[in-house]
Design a binder for this molecule. Structure first.
Ligand SMILES: [Zn+2]
Ligand SMILES: [Zn+2]
Length: 487
């Protein structure tokens, strides 16, 4: 089933790959002006990125990080709507000049729990509950900088249309963008641009894994674990029985499935039979229907575990994201612009930082980034993103830039360290420039926007209707709070 799916996706991509040079390139003068605008804003971008890094606010709690980006956008003349789609830390910033296309740029700013790490090339834990292990501090700051530079260029040349920044919270598990899409806030956007921190330079447009996540809360009966165990029913037993069943299930799911869990509440003291326990699951697969089907089986394992241990269980879905739909029309434009942007050079200190981190990476890591990777489309990436839902409803393209030492995995301490250092902000500057050039070019390329829309319609099929994997569930604003803190 899976290999058939993959073959279908690849051949579809090959079939649709449009001629790269569809759009008029930006005039040299425009390109220089935009690059200079981004350069002018770079010190502020770097300051914002490092400030957000040091706050390291987790999903739906990014009050200061979101506020900082909103403040800069307002100061630059954008209108800002805050707290949109039921999410206090989401925002939409817009600049409009008459009628014309609406171009959107996504911004993220949530950190990951754990992995509090100094901006140093060796493992040093610092105070704090979280770290920017996916570089979303850079994502947010560089997207905002790109928008400000593009807006300045629009003003200078009287460019018609609307530029928007979507401040999207809780990418890591909270599915923030799904709520923006579901609320209809993105539906008039002609093209959406995004980027991600990475360990190299690429405008590859890949597929991601669809993802459904949920917390399973077991309830039992507390009792003295030695004096009266027969009067207790352990909620932790429920969790462990469920985990055992799901681990056996791994043998009987399609090959590309990913299932992972953490026990977010396992009781408090060994001499008390735990009356509550909680386990947090992710299920992923390239096909969203498979994800939904497998999560139904995981739910059955939870029910069976509760039955066998004399406990009860509640299911609380947290996230649900589509796979990612490539758009080669936009992807080629992004790639052509990425190739026009100079890549960073490093100081002696920065190179020493890079070399030292490289020694800590599994298999040594590569020490040099060798330019922009060739364009590709349709590969399945073993990761998920809530950009998936955006990509099914709006023509969408992204890029990744070398903010981390080559060979660095996302969600590692090495990623946190580089995301808080100047090598991170230098890589982010390349993203700012590529996004700004692409947005500017799109405002002047109605034929590209039309072709991108046509490609989206063909890829998702004539009968496509958007139904979020979250149904009508409200954002799980407390999903990063400890179970006890919610009572
Ligand atoms: Zn991540
Ligand atoms: Zn990420």
């Amino acid at each position: 089933m899976k290999s058939r799916l993959r073959t279908a996706l690849f051949s579809f991509s090959a079939l649709l790959a449009p001629t790269p040079a569809l759009a008029e390139p930006l005039a040299d003068a425009d390109r220089k002006e935009i690059l200079a605008e981004v350069d002018r804003g770079s010190p502020a971008m770097a300051r914002n990125a490092l400030q957000i890094w040091s706050w390291a606010e987790v999903g739906f709690q990014e009050t200061k990080s979101s506020g900082l980006l909103q403040k800069d956008l307002k100061a630059a003349g954008f209108k800002v709507a805050a707290g949109v789609a039921g999410m206090p830390t989401a925002f939409i910033a817009s600049y409009r000049n008459g009628d014309g296309p609406v171009i959107g740029i996504l911004a993220e700013y949530d950190a990951l729990p754990g992995l509090a790490q100094a901006a140093e090339p060796e493992r040093r834990v610092i105070d704090g509950i979280a770290g920017h292990a996916c570089g979303h501090n850079l994502f947010g700051a560089a997207s905002v900088a790109a928008a400000i530079a593009t807006k300045n260029w629009m003003v200078a040349h009287g460019i018609k249309g609307e530029l928007r920044v979507y401040g999207a919270p809780a990418e890591e598990g909270g599915s923030g963008k799904v709520f923006l899409v579901r609320s209809g806030l993105t539906k008039d956007v002609s093209a959406m641009l995004h980027w991600h921190a990475g360990d190299g330079y690429s405008a590859m447009q890949g597929h991601a894994l669809a993802n459904v996540s949920a917390k399973f809360r077991f309830h039992g009966l507390a009792s003295h674990a030695a004096a009266a165990p027969e009067r207790g029913r352990s909620a932790l037993d429920g969790v462990e029985a469920m985990d055992n069943m799901v681990n056996m299930m791994r043998e009987h799911v399609p090959q590309e499935t990913r299932i992972h869990y953490v026990i977010t509440d396992g009781g408090k003291a060994p001499n008390v039979v735990p009356d509550t326990a909680e386990v947090y699951y992710y299920v992923r697969h390239p096909d969203q229907q498979q994800v939904a089907d497998i999560m139904e089986r995981v739910k059955k394992a939870a029910e069976g575990a509760a039955l066998g241990t004399g406990t009860t269980v509640e299911y609380d879905q947290i996230g649900g994201t589509f796979d990612l739909l490539p758009n080669d029309t936009l992807g080629h434009m992004m790639y052509d612009n990425l190739k026009q942007v100079p890549l960073p050079t490093y100081t002696v200190e920065e190179q020493a930082f890079i070399d030292k981190i490289a020694t800590t990476l599994p298999k040594g890591g590569r020490k040099q980034v060798s330019g922009v990777a060739p364009y590709s489309s349709g590969e399945i990436m073993s990761a998920s993103t809530d950009v998936g839902d955006v990509s099914y409803t709006t023509p969408t393209a992204g890029l990744s830039t070398g903010t981390w030492v080559p060979g660095t995995p996302p969600h590692s301490w090495q990623a946190v360290a580089a995301s808080g250092a100047s090598i991170g902000t230098k890589g982010a500057e390349v993203a700012s420039k590529t996004l700004a050039l692409t947005a500017a070019q799109l405002f002047q390329s109605p034929e590209t926007l039309a072709a991108a829309k046509k490609e989206l319609d063909e890829r998702r099929g004539a009968d496509f209707v958007y139904h979020s994997l979250l149904g009508d569930k409200a954002p799980s604003l407390d999903y990063r709070k400890a179970p006890a803190a919610k009572n």
